[in-house]
Design a protein around this ligand. Structure first.
Ligand code: CDP
Length: 228
C-alpha cells in the first residue's frame, strides 16, 4: 500500500454521489470532508434572499466578494453533514431547496464568483488531510492533489437519487422534472468557459451506478493502489 494522499480532490456531475462517497472516504482516511458546492449554493441563497437578480453578474459577483461563508462541523443533529452560516445565519437546509438547485449553476458560471470561492477553498485545503468535493477541484482548485477522483453515474440513477432525497423532505416534483433539471445543470456545468466540469487528466474515473457507497470507496482505493 502506498503512502496515503494528503489531499483528495473529488469531482463529478450533479448527484453523482460525491457527498456520500466523499464523506465516507474522509471518515475512512480520518480526514476532513469539505463540500465546495455549498459555497456556490450559499452565494445563490444570498442573491435570492437579497432579491438580487441571478442574471446580474456584477451584482452577484459583488455579493460573492463580500459574503462571509462558514462551513462548520454539524451544530445540530438533524442529519446534516455540516452547518453552513452565511453572514452568521444558519442556512444549512435552505441550501437544499429546489430554488437553489434551479439557480446555482448560472451563479457558479460567473468568473468573479469562482475566483472569490477558489481562494477560500485553497486556503482550507492548505492544511491537508482533506477530501474536497466539487466540479473543478482536480482541474483548477487543487491541480497538485495526490489523488483525484471523478465520480460518474447514469443521469437516470442520479435523478432517482435526487428525487428520493426531495421526497424525503416533502418535495413534490416528479422524477421526470428532476431528470430534466439534472440534464440542464450538467449542460451548464460542462459547457461553461471557466472551470468546466471535466475529469483531470490524472483522475481515476469511478462509476457508482448500481454500487453501494462502501463498494464505491473500495473501488476508489483499489484503483488508486491504496488498498491492502
Ligand atoms: O449536490 P449537487 O451535485 O447537486 O450540487 P453541488 O455539488 O452542491 O453543486 C452545486 C452547483 O455548484 C453545481 O451544479 C455547480 O454549478 C457548482 N459548483 C461548481 O461550479 N464548482 C464546484 N467546485 C462545486 C459546485
Amino acid at each position: 500500500m502506498s503512502k496515503l494522499p494528503s489531499v483528495v480532490a473529488m469531482d463529478g456531475p450533479a448527484a453523482s454521489g460525491k457527498s456520500t462517497i466523499g464523506e465516507l472516504l474522509a471518515e475512512r482516511l480520518g480526514y476532513i470532508y469539505f463540500d465546495t458546492g455549498l459555497m456556490y449554493r450559499a452565494v445563490t441563497w444570498l442573491a435570492l434572499d437579497r432579491q438580487t437578480p441571478v442574471g446580474d453578474e456584477a451584482a452577484v459577483t459583488a455579493l460573492a466578494e463580500t459574503v462571509d461563508i462558514d462551513v462548520l462541523p454539524p451544530t445540530v443533529e438533524d442529519g446534516r453533514q455540516s452547518t453552513v452560516l452565511v453572514n452568521g445565519q444558519d442556512v444549512t437546509w435552505a441550501l437544499r431547496e429546489p430554488r437553489i438547485n434551479a439557480n446555482v449553476s448560472p451563479v457558479a458560471a460567473y468568473g468573479g464568483v469562482r475566483a472569490a470561492m477558489v481562494i477560500q477553498q485553497q486556503r482550507v485545503a492548505a492544511r491537508g488531510h482533506i477530501v474536497m468535493v466539487g466540479r473543478d477541484i482536480g482541474t483548477v482548485v487543487l491541480p497538485d492533489a495526490e489523488l483525484k477522483v471523478f465520480l460518474v453515474a447514469s443521469a437516470e440513477e442520479r435523478a432517482r437519487r435526487r428525487w428520493l432525497e426531495e421526497q424525503a423532505r416533502g418535495g413534490r416534483r416528479t422524477l421526470d422534472e428532476v431528470l430534466a433539471e439534472i440534464h440542464r445543470r450538467d449542460e451548464i456545468d460542462s459547457t461553461r468557459p471557466i472551470a468546466p466540469l471535466r475529469p483531470a487528466e490524472d483522475a481515476i474515473i469511478v462509476d457508482s451506478t448500481g454500487l453501494k457507497p462502501g463498494q464505491v470507496v473500495e473501488e476508489i482505493l483499489r484503483k488508486a493502489g491504496y488498498s491492502t
